[in-house]
Ligand binder design. Structure first.
Ligand code: ZN
Length: 118
């Protein structure tokens, strides 16, 4: 027969596990929303580059430096998305390929899509 402490201990474990699962779900939702927002930011930056290039072609203005800054902005946003996708993979018990972005099972040694070592 279980003691009261054992029963209470088990109840606490179940409550802790449920709490952990709930906070994991919240974080995964947050990550997906952040990725979505960053993707929109990238799209807006690309649109801005297009407008800038068009205006510069019309006016003959040199925008090389400005374009370079915007490219760096896009790269930085993509890195943030990669980090968030990696975090999501950890929650889902998966590994994301650094080369092609494919999601692989946790015990994979090579990427199932491109063959890259994981
Ligand atoms: Zn790959």
């Amino acid at each position: 027969m279980a003691t009261i402490d054992e029963v209470l201990g088990k109840a606490k474990d179940v409550a802790d596990a449920a709490g952990k699962k709930a906070s994991e779900i919240v974080r995964k939702t947050q990550i997906r929303m952040e990725i979505n927002s960053l993707e929109k930011e990238i799209a807006a930056t690309f649109e801005g580059i297009g407008r800038l290039v068009y205006d510069a072609d019309k006016s003959g203005e040199d925008i090389a430096e400005l374009k370079e800054d915007l490219y760096k902005t896009i790269e930085a946003l993509r890195k943030k998305i990669d980090a968030l996708r990696d975090e999501l993979c950890e929650y889902n018990g998966a590994i994301r390929c650094k080369a092609c972005g494919a999601i692989n099972a946790n015990d994979s040694v090579f990427c199932s899509k491109c063959g890259e070592k994981l």
